[in-house]
Structure formats: structure tokens, C-alpha cells
Write a protein that binds this ligand. Structure first.
Ligand code: CUA
Length: 379
């Protein structure tokens, strides 16, 4: 028991993706089921090993012993070792089925529905109730039932935030059938503790499967409202997206390779240029480059839907769906050469041949710096 407690204490600090410290009633049920089964099977193990040892010692062969009586075909024993395991299986099945039924009910009417969409290799979250779309960071209020309605835009992924409970496959649903709820998988839970919780795609989905992280921010209902309100004004001005547009890439603006570096940028006085100037230059560059073919930034003309929404990107702690912290250096590196951080990433880099299948952006170092500062300023 002490060992388990020690392991739990250690898990809290060292293993943010532990399943032993659930923060939802769904996670508590699964943990209970696991512990229940674990301790029952442990006691059976101790009993069987103990009996085996005791019998081996007590009835070991001694000099002069007669041959023991053969018990092959003993009806009583045959019945015992058929019925006992069957009872054990039943004892495990009953609570399992109970938990399955408990966690697979229809979500309550007041549940907050969030559409979860898996992409190679990032997560999209849509909040129809708030008209908010974000990526890689799932914001949820505590105390309110959450209903995740999940599908994939490409291959099968599996959504898993261990401290929220079990994983669930995210299956491809063609865009034309996105509205059909029965084609989706569902998860529901109520988060009881605030905090930041790590998760991970749990189904092999290609090159960067292991780098398909997700984090959840569980906040108080008041804070959640503030967050949604912060996201919403920006969303409200967003240019509407044609959901039937199939190839946004082709429709994108051709990149202007001759784009001059912003005045003063790249000179030794770089550090003295105020943030707002960098951000304004970065915005101009971003909206003039093919970034907008794949990314949306609410409130601007960037309305691409192939890549993650970058609305309020400055609030996100990581870049590239969790591959690195969203420090300015990492964001620059990401824009310059995404595949150096995430093999297989579909986003093009700045130079020919280093990234993606799409044409390189051709941005200079100064332009990359400006775009990174612009993205960091979005909050
Ligand atoms: Cu997505 Cu593995």
C-alpha cells in the first residue's frame, strides 16, 4: 500500500500523463475498475503461488514414500477448476459492463459539446455553442458535463488525456458527412479540478504520431467564459469560410518572393524596434504569403482550414501541437523548417526541398522573425 502511495506521489510530479490521478468522474470509474480488478487478481496470484509453494513443501517426496495416488479425471476437481475461473470472469465482467453502461449514456442536456477533429498531426476543437475554433489546447470549464463529439479529417487517431479517463478512437468522416452524429465517436465527463493536463494521440497515425500532443486547460466556469469571450470577438469578425472549398492551396495568393524586408529589420538596431512594429510587419507578411491558404486568424483575411487555427496563438504554451514551447525562437524555427521539429509535417518551410509537398514560403530570416512576433502578439 505504501509502495502504491509512493508511486502515486511520484506520478503526480514526474508523470503528468498518469491514469492513477483522475480528475473526472469518468476517470475515477475507470481507475476504480482497474484497481478493483488489480487487487482481486493480485489476491488470486498470492493464493495460487502460496498454495503451490505450501503443497510443494508439505507433500515433497521423502525417502521410502509410496507412489502417490493418480487423480486424473477427478470429477470434483475438474468441476472446481472450471467453475472457479468462470466465477472470476463473471466477477470482472459485472463491474466492467456497469462502467461501460454508465459512461456511454446520452450526454445530459446541459453538456458543453465540443467537436474534436484529429488531423495529421494536430487537434482541432470547435465550440459550436460559443462560435469558437481553436487547436491543440482544449479549454474546458470545471463542474459542467463535457461532451466530446469526435471525428478525423484524415486517418484514425485516438484522443487520450489520461487524467480525464480512457482513450477513444477518432475515425475519418468525409466532410460531406460531418453532420451525421452516428458517424462520430463520443466521450463525456465532468472535470472536477482546475489545471493543465497533458494528452497524446494513442493510435499510430503516421510519421509524427508520437508528436501529436494535446493539452487541456480546465478552468473555473467564470474563467472559461472570459476565455470564450476573448476568442469570440476575434471570431465574430472572421471572414466566413466556404465549407465546400476543396483545395484552398490552389486558391491561395502566389507568394511574392521579392517582398522586401521591413524597414530597419535585419539591421543591428533590430532589438530597438518596438513589438508593435514587428507585429504589424509580420501581419502584412503573413497575409501576403501562402500562410493564409491553410491557417485562420479570426478577424483577418486568413481563413484557411487545412492547418490549425492560429486565433489567439499568443495564448498557447506550445507550437507544433506540443513539440516545443512557443518561445519566439521555437516559433521562428517552426516557420523556417517545420520538419526539423516534426517529421512529415505538411506545412512548407522557407526553403525549397526542406519541407512538405507545398511550395516553400521563401520568407527571409527577418520576415520569419516578424511573422513569429506577429503570431506571439495574438492574444
Ligand atoms: Cu494521431 Cu497518432
Amino acid at each position: 500500500m505504501l509502495l502504491i502511495q509512493a508511486a502515486r506521489a511520484a506520478a503526480q510530479v514526474e508523470y503528468p500523463q498518469t491514469t492513477f490521478q483522475p480528475v473526472t468522474e469518468y476517470g475515477v470509474l475507470l481507475n476504480w475498475l482497474f484497481m478493483n480488478t488489480f487487487w482481486w487478481t493480485m489476491s488470486i496470484l498470492v493464493l495460487v503461488v502460496g498454495l503451490t509453494l505450501a503443497i510443494a513443501i508439505r507433500f515433497r517426496e521423502r525417502p521410502g514414500d509410496a507412489r502417490p495416488k493418480a487423480i486424473h479425471g477427478h470429477t470434483g476437481l475438474e468441476l472446481a477448476w472450471t467453475i472457479l475461473p468462470a466465477l472470476i470472469v463473471i466477477a470482472i465482467t459485472i463491474p466492467t459492463v456497469k462502467v461501460v453502461l454508465q459512461t456511454q449514456q446520452k450526454p445530459p442536456a446541459d453538456a458543453l459539446t465540443i467537436d474534436v477533429i484529429g488531423h495529421q498531426w494536430w487537434w482541432e476543437f470547435r465550440y459550436p455553442e460559443y462560435g469558437v475554433v481553436t487547436a491543440n489546447q482544449l479549454w474546458v470549464p470545471t463542474g459542467r458535463p463535457i461532451h466530446l463529439s469526435m471525428h478525423s479529417a484524415d486517418v484514425i487517431h485516438s484522443f487520450w488525456i489520461p487524467r480525464f479517463g480512457g482513450k477513444r478512437d477518432v475515425n475519418p468522416v468525409p466532410r460531406s458527412r460531418e453532420g451525421e452524429r452516428d458517424k462520430r465517436n463520443h466521450l463525456q465527463f465532468t472535470v472536477k479540478d482546475t489545471g493543465s493536463f497533458m494528452g497524446q494521440c494513442a493510435e499510430f497515425c503516421g510519421d509524427s504520431h508520437a508528436l501529436m500532443m494535446v493539452s487541456a486547460m480546465a478552468v473555473t466556469p467564470e474563467y472559461f467564459k472570459q476565455w470564450a469571450a476573448k476568442m469570440k470577438p476575434a471570431m465574430a469578425q472572421a471572414v466566413p469560410v466556404d465549407p465546400n472549398a476543396t483545395s484552398v492551396v490552389q486558391a491561395s495568393n502566389p507568394i511574392n518572393l521579392a517582398m522586401p524586408a521591413p524597414t530597419g529589420i535585419g539591421s543591428p538596431v533590430r532589438a530597438e524596434i518596438p513589438d508593435s512594429v514587428w507585429a504589424a510587419e509580420g501581419k502584412k507578411i503573413f497575409l501576403g504569403a501562402q500562410c493564409i491558404a491553410c491557417h485562420t486568424i479570426a478577424g483577418t483575411s486568413a481563413a484557411g482550414v487545412l492547418g490549425p487555427s492560429l486565433t489567439n496563438f499568443g495564448l498557447r504554451p506550445t507550437v507544433g501541437a506540443g513539440v516545443a514551447s512557443s518561445s519566439l525562437e521555437n516559433v521562428e524555427r517552426w516557420i523556417h523548417h517545420p520538419r526539423s521539429m516534426k517529421p512529415g509535417a505538411l506545412m512548407p518551410g522557407t526553403m525549397k526541398g526542406i519541407d512538405g509537398g507545398a511550395a516553400p514560403t521563401g520568407l527571409s530570416d527577418a520576415q520569419v522573425h516578424a511573422v513569429a512576433r506577429y503570431l506571439k502578439s495574438l492574444k
